[in-house]
Design a protein around this ligand. Structure first.
Ligand SMILES: [Zn+2]
Length: 376
């Protein structure tokens, strides 16, 4: 059997790749590529067959404990897609300890007839956004609010531009500040689909699906990446061009509606599987916004229920950060006087429940339903 790895597909990421054959099985080992950043996690690549035949392929992720949240690789459930079929979850991999104490985790899969794609989690990029737009049947308009550091357009969806001094209640939504955190995109997708189902009853919603579009396109993990983590670049002056663009758009949004809430969608460390949770404003930055956020998060947790919500739902971020400058929620509270929440949705499962694309959308719809029911 003969195989090649293609790392040129959309969102692709993988390095240190070796392919060998052992007893008729193609053995492919790889590492997620940090792309110059201080953390790695996201991976996505295509395994192509260059001959004909059957058999199996063993996909080996090397050194998983080097990844962000990689302490329990037995919880990892990546996704696989054969040719044009749907993505599906793999069962937990086999964790092996090497003689020097390093770990590797591997998945034995059916070898593809033509090719298979393998990724940390369901990718979400422009084709998925197009499907969302189509499902909305004209509900969403798309505008370019500016460009990224590398000159790629940053898109914003909206259902209503509002008007200067407008009073329609408004939400501002954001995903992929950390570009590899695709669960955040699927939850946003569900949120937006629910919103569109309300038609004229919906509040004004502005949403930026790919905040770090360069990282999304390049397959960067993007957490804490250089030159500056996008979600730490919200100080004055902003430390990234994308943040400058987003700040201008947030100011426009605030002036054209009655601003109610801003939400930022993320994914946590790889091994976290307690459930979805949300970071509240630190009380030291704004006690008022912390308390307001607590009100929103209690209602959202109740709507998510035990299927989705972590037992400890509304949290204060206490992890050490490489940059102490303002993040999105801090900026919203301190500069815009708007309450903001930041959601973390796991990559693989919530306890025993393995997450599908529909699960993510359902969680997003439930968050939207809770939020919109609280707007008067
Ligand atoms: Zn994040």
């Amino acid at each position: 059997m003969s195989f090649q790895v293609d790392t040129q597909i959309p969102h692709s990421n993988g390095c240190n790749i070796s392919i060998r054959e052992k007893n008729g099985t193609a053995v492919v080992s790889f590492s997620p590529h940090p792309h110059g950043g201080p953390e790695a996690l996201w991976f996505c690549f295509r395994l192509k067959r260059t001959d004909r035949g059957s058999g199996e392929a063993k996909l080996i992720l090397e050194n998983p404990t080097n990844l962000l949240g990689g302490s329990r690789p037995e919880t990892f459930r990546p996704v696989i897609r054969y040719e044009e079929e749907e993505w599906q979850r793999l069962t937990p991999g086999e964790v092996k300890e090497l003689p020097d104490g390093r770990l590797e985790v591997s998945w034995l899969v059916r070898a593809p007839e033509d090719y298979l794609d393998f990724a940390l989690c369901y990718p979400y990029g422009k084709p998925e956004l197009e499907k969302l737009m189509e499902a909305g049947r004209g509900f969403w308009q798309q505008d370019i609010i500016g460009v990224s550091q590398k000159g790629r357009p940053i898109l914003r969806l909206s259902n209503d531009y509002g008007q200067e001094g407008g009073s329609r209640p408004g939400l501002y939504l954001l995903a992929r500040q950390h570009s590899g955190e695709t669960p955040g995109s699927w939850v946003l997708d569900g949120f937006l689909r629910y919103t569109a189902s309300l038609g004229k009853e919906a509040p004004l919603v502005w949403a930026v699906p790919f905040a770090n579009i360069d990282g999304v396109e390049q397959g960067d993990y993007g957490k804490d990446n250089f030159p500056y983590d996008l979600n730490r670049a919200w100080g004055a002056p902003p430390m990234r061009y994308e943040t400058l663009v987003l700040k201008r758009d947030l100011a426009r949004w605030k002036a054209r509606c009655r601003p109610v809430l801003a939400i930022d969608f993320h994914a946590p460390g790889a091994s976290e599987n307690d459930g979805i949770y949300c970071f509240l404003q630190k009380p030291g930055v704004s006690l008022e916004k912390y308390e307001e956020g607590k009100g929103w998060s209690d209602k959202i947790a109740a709507k998510l229920g035990p299927k989705f919500a972590a037992p400890s739902f509304g949290r204060i971020a206490r992890y050490s950060s490489r940059w102490e400058t303002a993040n999105f929620t801090t900026f919203c509270a301190a500069e815009l006087d708007v309450c903001a929440l930041s959601f973390e949705t796991p990559y693989f499962s919530i306890k025993e429940h393995v997450l599908t694309m529909e699960d993510y959308r359902e969680a997003g719809a439930r968050i939207a339903e809770a939020v919109i029911s609280m707007i008067r």
